[in-house]
Design a protein around this ligand. Structure first.
Ligand SMILES: [Zn+2]
Length: 172
């Protein structure tokens, strides 16, 4: 016989399929930190390293909405906003958050009062480097980037997101 027959689902399987369809689709990888958690790290660092600058607490600290390729984090001193690459929102990269946020905090601390040669702003000049050294993790973060840590974090994030997307497509 050539007729296509519907398979008989055992009730349990059917129920689990329904459950999977109804479950809200996970848009991002699980166990990620919130913006609030980032801000908490920021506040802790500020109290410890710049006790005389409570104004730095006003900064907004958020994960990037877009995928990043070159920018691990950025600091906008005008809008008082720090953005961290969402590629780093995985447990194995949380150790870099402190030194990374500290780097951005040094920008927030110095603002544009750092002139270098020819009156240009030396964002990463001598004064900045000296300040950045205050955090014990700064050197290790630098080495991690140089050894390709960031590039592999980007690849790993892309792979994880592609996997989630494939899973969602299968369920639908
Ligand atoms: Zn910088």
């Amino acid at each position: 016989m050539t007729q296509l027959q519907l398979p008989l689902f055992p009730t349990d399987t059917f129920k689990s399929i329904i459950k999977r369809i109804r479950r809200p689709a996970p848009q991002s990888p699980p166990d990620q930190l919130s913006n609030r958690a980032l801000k908490d790290v920021w506040l802790r660092l500020r109290k410890r390293y710049f006790p005389g600058r409570p104004d730095i607490d006003e900064y907004q600290v958020v994960w990037s909405r877009r995928a990043q390729k070159r920018t691990l984090a950025s600091c906008n001193i005008e809008s008082k906003r720090v953005t961290v690459a969402r590629e780093l929102n995985y447990k194995e990269h949380f150790i870099w958050l402190e030194p990374l946020l500290f780097h951005e905090m040094c920008h927030a601390y110095l603002e544009d009062r750092i002139s270098g040669k020819n009156g240009k702003i030396a964002w990463h000049g001598k004064e900045f480097k000296a300040l950045e050294k205050l955090h014990p993790g700064s050197r290790r973060l630098d080495q991690w980037i140089k050894k390709g840590g960031w590039s592999s974090a980007v690849r790993s994030d892309r792979a994880k997101r592609a996997h989630i997307k494939r899973k969602l497509l299968t369920v639908r």
